[in-house]
Design a protein around this ligand. Sequence first.
Ligand code: NAD
Length: 487
Amino acid sequence: MTLSFNPDTVALPQGHFIDGAFIPAKGRLPMHRPSDGLAYADCPVAGEDIVDQAVVSAKRALKDSGWSGLRPRERTRVLHRWADLIEEEAEALGRLEAVASTRPIAHLIEGDIAVTAEQIRFFAEFADKEGSDVVPTGEGSLGMIMTEPYGVVGAITPWNFPLSMAGWKLGPALAAGNAVVLKPSEMTPFSTIFLAELAIRAGLPAGLINIVLGDGSTTGKAITGHPDIGKISFTGSTGAGVAIMENVARNGIKPMTLELGGKSPQIVFADADIALTAEAVARGILSNAGQACVAGSRLIVAEAIAEQVVQAIAAHMRDVHPGSTWDEATQYSPIISERQIGRIDSIVNAAVDAGAECLHGGRRLDREGYFYAPTLLANISQASPAITEEIFGPVLTVQTFVEEEEALTLGDHPTYGLAAGVFTRDISRAIRVTRLLQAGTIWVNRYGRSRDHILPTGGYKSSGIGKDLGRDAYLANRKSKSVLIDL
Ligand code: NAD
């Protein structure tokens, strides 16, 4: 059996998905397939009226189903059934996502979709295990910290991992007893709609997940400004995170989880295992062609082994297999859009014009679609936009150091603090450096997430506020109330 498919045969869902049904809507934003550049659909844009309809539906569903007040195990049961259906429908979900996004079908089936089902199960299990606390107060009283859901959570997701990002938002919010109004990226909305349909098929009361389609400035703004949405859960760029904070502040105060951009260092000490390190560093920048928030885009390597490490990484870069996302053999992703490929190219060219040495790539690949060659830039100044800006492409900068302190100074980014990699055989150094690095996730002698969903993810500095995954993500979907009873 092959996973390869013909993208022209994939039937796309039409309209917004509210109250368990499709609300027909005319497409307004043209969408292009990254693998071949073909304009293949138009995304509708929900205005305030449609977003309000979704919120009203969510509130009504919460009231009618009593979702928040069910025996928690009932919520767990429905969410497990949903995860089963995600696994059963993996191929259909994969096709909807692969046709529009940068995720190759094989990666979706083995990775994103399997992980999404797993994470929904992970959060389902919190529903009847995390609860309120009785706390020590004076003898004449009973003190309690009660927790309860927010009601309607507004979620907004990016295009780079559409299904797993939706899973990060929906799993904990629903397990914790909320309803959700979710806006996927206007570039990759279709798999998220089918994900929501599967939840309703699994027995989730209609209206507890509503998917509204549209862009950030209209639909996203209507969500973040809606008075009946109790909490915002956002993943996307730091710029959009700033706009969301402003809009929320203008329309009333509400809690926000913001998972934002990154510019993560991979710090390699002279005693590191070179083959293991080169493989991990290469994967850290080549995965999804660098279009990952945690992409390890800055190699900071000890001068003594720099040449060997760089050569080994370049060998991995020569070995990529670009192809259409609907071809099972594809290992190397396209870039999401023509605009983004132009941005990557202009940052790389500006760096080279300013004196950087391009050791590999540095150009668009000569084939249809939006593909950019894996790129290595050396001799680069700390002030270069290739270092200061999140490029969101397969571009790895190389800087060298002699002393540990120098590595830490180079590693510390003025804006971002999402993740960092440390490669060394010296356990004391690994722990010392881990303590000093200002990032929300540190990987030692590896780079990238595992399937240990208990580890939360989130950024320091302008990489975000709050956490996805882990117990933190579940708790972030419930608010707490302190109760003191005089006896
Ligand atoms: P983006 O910020 O352009 O868009 C993300 C989502 O926000 C989209 O659905 C978009 O329509 C919406 N949006 C944009 N402006 C908005 C506004 N003013 N109000 C409300 N919604 C708005 O990001 P993108 O290009 O889709 O995704 C790439 C970015 O996401 C990168 O910066 C990447 O680092 C970040 N990201 C972060 C994480 C994380 O866990 N920290 C994970 C994945 C992606």
